[in-house]
Design a protein around this ligand. Sequence first.
Ligand SMILES: Nc1ncnc2c1ncn2[C@@H]1O[C@H](COP(=O)(O)OP(=O)(O)OP(=O)(O)O)[C@@H](O)[C@H]1O
Ligand SMILES: [Mg+2]
Length: 466
Amino acid sequence: MPETATAKPASAAHELPTGAIFDPVPTALDTEIPSERRIMALLNGEGLTVESVESKVGPSVILYAVKLAEGADPRKVERFIPALSLALGKTARYAGIMGDRVGIEVARKTRRTVPLSRFATGDARGDLSFPIGESVSGLLDGDLASMPHLLVAGTTGSGKSTFVLSMLASLLMQHTPDQLKLVMVDPKQVELSAFADLPHLMRPIATDSNDAIAALRDVVAVMGVRYSTFKDAGVQNLSDYNAQNAPMGRIVVVVDELADLMIQAGKVIEPLIVRLAQLGRAAGVHLVLATQRPDRKTFTPLIVSNIPARVVFAVQSHHDSIVALGRTGAELLTGKGDGLLLTVGMREPERFQSPFIKPVELQRLVTWWTGKYPVAPEPVLEDPADTVEPDPAAAALRKQLDDGYVPPWKKQRPSLVATGALTPDEVLADAGFTPAVVDALSEVLADRIAALTVAKIHDQLGGTRP
Ligand SMILES: Nc1ncnc2c1ncn2[C@@H]1O[C@H](COP(=O)(O)OP(=O)(O)OP(=O)(O)O)[C@@H](O)[C@H]1O
Ligand SMILES: [Mg+2]
């Protein structure tokens, strides 16, 4: 049985929400006038000979691109930034060398909100494209499929949850529950609760560390099954597989606050995250991990080195900025969605104002989906026997089940592994999985929770649930 088949009304296939989800955006006049002359005078007063200053106005900052006279040292500009901030009465930040100019970002007096609806949300530009925000140069897009995971950091009120909500809303404008499966972890229990009834959820939103561990283990198990399916189909990854077969959806795992989980169960959570980060891309599994406390206990060296893409909002100290971004600078952001993006291939982080979706718009979007799929799809694991050329052993097992055979795990579950009656590998081998699947899954089969995961896979093969 393919995932979500029971819940999908035929008419709803591939139908997506429209722009009517969003309120009309009034065309607001941007009235903030850049003060190039002032900047030039202040720099000149510092003994730096400035040839010219150009400016670009963004929603939360104005970028001044300063052309220094030949021979002038750009590092002097960098050193002058704190004094410049004081003189202007606004937070200024050194934005690095830009061609033959030096960039200085100065916070605006009033931030201009960037409505999510300004982005073409219905029109997929990548597998998992979503709007990062608006920079001084225009709208900034990202694609989670190529990132392929994302760390999000920022102190309280900096805009992490707002960013995650608009990312999810954008993905939900573009993907049906068959194409996108979501796993959410929300220890605060309020940040993602608007999504509780969404048909895209692979399982209920996890709110404590035990739930989160179970959720991550399920995803690792699905990833193992996918790898085995790819192997049987002779392909390397999800895109190649989907080009030739009934497509498998991408899986996005969102953790709104990682710190709590790492404090409570870091020893278990970290290896699961690292495994997903290392192997997820090919299997279409993507992680978005947010935290208020970007310290080394949460963004551990292993997690940070395996997830290079970062969105960092205002942090409390330059130490936090270094952990989250690999450099200072995020401590000078102004909060409420003022952020820096750093992905592979970017030399300097890019500043942006993240998009905003109103609660009422989000509610409309969720209601649209729950209306289309009134019965939430069963949270099930994938069955490799149905999605590809069947694994011969799994097919043989299915036939046995059809003929009335009751396998041992049905009689004794869920404690086969817990009681030590069978090792995890034996349970899988006994279920008729090939050695490749056993290999892929054995890592997650360390204890009773994992045994339940196995039982779920068995149920899928058996086609019935207890
Ligand atoms: N992109 C944005 N545009 C406009 N306002 C924003 C934006 N992002 C955040 N804000 C404002 O800042 C408030 C706090 O944002 P948010 O809840 O996203 O912060 P957070 O980083 O998740 O904080 P916490 O760590 O406490 O959960 C929002 O309620 C909203 O008013
Ligand atoms: Mg939050």
